[in-house]
Design a protein around this ligand. Structure first.
Ligand SMILES: *Cc1c(COP(=O)(O)O)cnc(C)c1O
Length: 411
């Protein structure tokens, strides 16, 4: 019998209870832990990854290309899986580029963004034939030189720092002075200088991340198309690709609603129509990281001590901020809030209590749950942090205090 956890959070829906065990991909958590061979670990559910892509495809116009921004979760098995179900992969380093190519992604469908790309990384990208999203005039000159020296052409898109901001975004990455992209107002001068061996393909306008407001995303997408249409008049060739960014958010905290995918999808149908007139040759790309993988993963650690300090219960686990910085509240959050957390080896009907879940690091920042209502847990129980499929292990200071690394599995 499956009884749903009543954790008042949609994130747990993909991980139903089986008796008093939470399941991942149908496998009870204690059995999965034994199969992994250690705690702590991250487990990602491939069915949930596929389900999310299917959901996106039902709402987005068929002509929109869906790209995976793999920095959200670069585990090679995850990237392999995603490579088969999305239209392209966005990489942010030479090493990510190798993983995307290993996954079998067609180089035509790989793009490479990020400030400070090194000459070695740019040479890799040119040799692989992937699209380089150019972040500065200096980078543009370096790409031209490297392409010339190697006797190859280089596919480029200009990453534009737009003259608008993405409203109510968790992390703003465009508008105002930014280290990302080239200021829109300087492009009239720069665009005509793009000549062979550079091959101009289009624009990349990414303005922010973790946005739960559909209206803000719709607004940013509309402005991105208008800006691209204006810039196109200065471009050295037709715009064949317009990456309008992503930024779709997922709910982490109590009170946060779901992103209104249907509203954004409906707007994109209209946008695609407008783009047909404004930029008739352009492929429209949406690039998503967190929204594709964030809800498909859990982080699992084991209770190694249970102590009470002045009336407050502390569950000390073998995992913590060194594996999962964002759940500890230290990855860009202004006010610390609890991620959804549950005891994965206790049913919903037993005793409950208010407890804090902490890690083994000698810092009060190492906190996975601050005075949360949880099933009463003991040494040996498994603690689950939901919404952990994006910006988890590789976004954490794994070497801090020299504890062993976490393992990752794709179930
Ligand atoms: C990080 C990043 C993304 C992914 O952002 P999410 O919030 O994870 O969807 C997309 N595009 C670019 C250029 C990025 O740097």
């Amino acid at each position: 019998m499956n009884d749903r956890p009543k954790l008042s959070h949609a994130s747990t829906d993909g991980f139903p209870m089986q008796g008093d065990r939470l399941t991942v991909g149908g496998i009870p958590l204690d059995r999965l832990a034994a199969r992994v061979g250690q705690t702590p670990f991250y487990a990602y559910d491939r069915a949930l990854l596929s389900q999310r892509v299917t959901e996106l495809r039902t709402h987005l116009p068929p002509s929109i290309s869906l790209h995976y921004a793999m920095k959200a979760n670069p585990m090679p098995a995850v990237v392999d899986h995603m490579a088969r179900i999305v239209d392209g992969i966005d990489v942010a380093s030479g090493r990510e580029l190798r993983v995307a190519l290993d996954a079998g992604m067609d180089p035509d469908e790989i793009s490479f963004a990020g400030p400070g790309k090194q000459a070695g990384e740019l040479s890799q990208a040119i040799a692989a034939g992937v699209l380089i999203n150019v972040e500065s005039p200096t980078e543009l000159a370096t790409i031209a030189r490297l392409a010339h020296e190697s006797g190859r052409t280089a596919r480029i898109a200009i990453r534009v720092n737009p003259d608008f901001e993405l409203k109510s975004s968790g992390m703003r990455m465009g508008g105002g002075p930014k280290q990302f992209g080239i200021d829109a107002e300087s492009l009239a001068e720069l665009l005509p200088t793009i000549v062979h061996p550079l091959v101009f393909e289009g624009f990349h306008i990414f303005s922010g991340s973790q946005n739960l407001k559909a209206e803000s995303i719709i607004d940013a997408q509309t402005k991105a198309l208008d800006l691209a249409a204006t810039l196109a008049t200065h471009a050295p060739g037709p715009v064949r690709m317009l990456n309008i960014g992503g930024g779709f958010g997922i709910p982490y905290f109590p009170g946060e609603g779901r992103f209104d995918l249907a509203a954004v999808g409906a707007h994109l149908h209209a946008l695609v129509e407008r783009a047909r007139t404004l930029l008739p040759e352009a492929e429209l790309v949406v690039e998503l990281g967190r929204y594709l993988v964030g809800e498909a993963g859990v982080y699992v650690s084991r209770v190694v001590d249970r102590k009470v300090s002045r009336g407050q219960v502390f569950l000390v686990t073998d995992g913590g901020l060194h594996h999962h910085l964002s759940a500890s509240g230290n990855f860009g959050q202004v006010i610390r809030k609890n991620y959804p957390v549950a005891i994965g080896t206790r049913g919903e009907h037993g005793e409950r209590e208010i407890a804090s879940v902490v890690g083994p690091l000698c810092t009060p920042l190492d906190l996975l749950a601050d005075r949360m209502e949880l099933a009463r847990a003991d040494i040996g129980d498994l603690v689950v942090v939901f919404q952990s499929g994006a910006y988890g292990l590789t976004a954490s200071p794994g070497h801090f205090l020299s504890h062993p690394p976490a393992v990752e599995v794709l179930v």
